[in-house]
Design a protein around this ligand. Sequence first.
Ligand code: ADP
Ligand code: MG
Length: 284
Amino acid sequence: MNGLMRRIDAWIDSQRLSTTRLQVAEQLSFVLGCPVQLLPTTGGGGQDRIFVARSLTGPHRCLAAVRIPCQWKQCPQAEPFLPRETLSPIQRIARESAVYERLSPHGLAPRLIARSTQFLANDFLPWERVSEVLRRDDAALWQVLPAVLRSVHAMHSLGVSHMDLNCGNILISPERNRVVFIDFEYAPSNHLSPVDRFRFDYLRLAHNLLKPRRGRRRAFENPLRFVQMFAEYAPVSAAGIPESLPAGSYARLLDHPEIAAGFVENFGISRLESNITGGNRVSD
Ligand SMILES: Nc1ncnc2c1ncn2[C@@H]1O[C@H](COP(=O)(O)OP(=O)(O)O)[C@@H](O)[C@H]1O
Ligand SMILES: [Mg+2]
């Protein structure tokens, strides 16, 4: 969907959610102790819409990010190529709130403000997404990546895997030394072992960083540096090739021979499938 269509789609959904928005704004005004209004963002677009709660008094600050499921939309379709579960609206809210409560005391996710069956609200952070930083300045890869990987490691040490770890779901501080993770709307498939859940996060992150408008050019200029940064934080990989992780979900790692070799060594991924094309490649 292009930018204009996305905006129209967001506008239609936010009109359909107008009653819910007013109810949520009322509840949040009570919880936050000041009147707020909910303004649409272009975020969401799948089954939920994302709003910011902006104070109606004083300097009109953004106080919360708010997820509101569009109840009329069907549950998302299952994703045969990815080892994760799509969730119902209530389950999405439950999963994201549980993770925010687990991670926020450690500075790894925003603080949960309130939740109900209708919505989830968390502290709004005026930070950029790593995707935006890299789109503007791909040389920032080498500064951003250690901060991101350190935090991924810390998140995994707390027993949490993200399952949709792309640069758009990572907010980074202006000093670029702290990151928080957002957008926990998937759960790992039951058959996935903990080490494969963590490995999946690393592989999806690397796959996303190797997109052309992220860090692809910089990583291809210095593939060993890219591999070594990941190797520093790699989980202890189980012997052999993880069958539960389809190679199409990390196909960009196999586009560069040195990166492929490094990830085969560190993560046990399959080099044999480097000719994955078209339909089996999972974007993002
Ligand atoms: N600036 C922000 N500060 C804090 N949390 C945010 C911010 N932006 C998004 N979020 C969190 O991330 C969730 C998903 O938002 P987003 O990634 O924009 O959605 P999508 O990827 O579906 O477009 C929100 O429900 C909220 O919890
Ligand atoms: Mg997102």
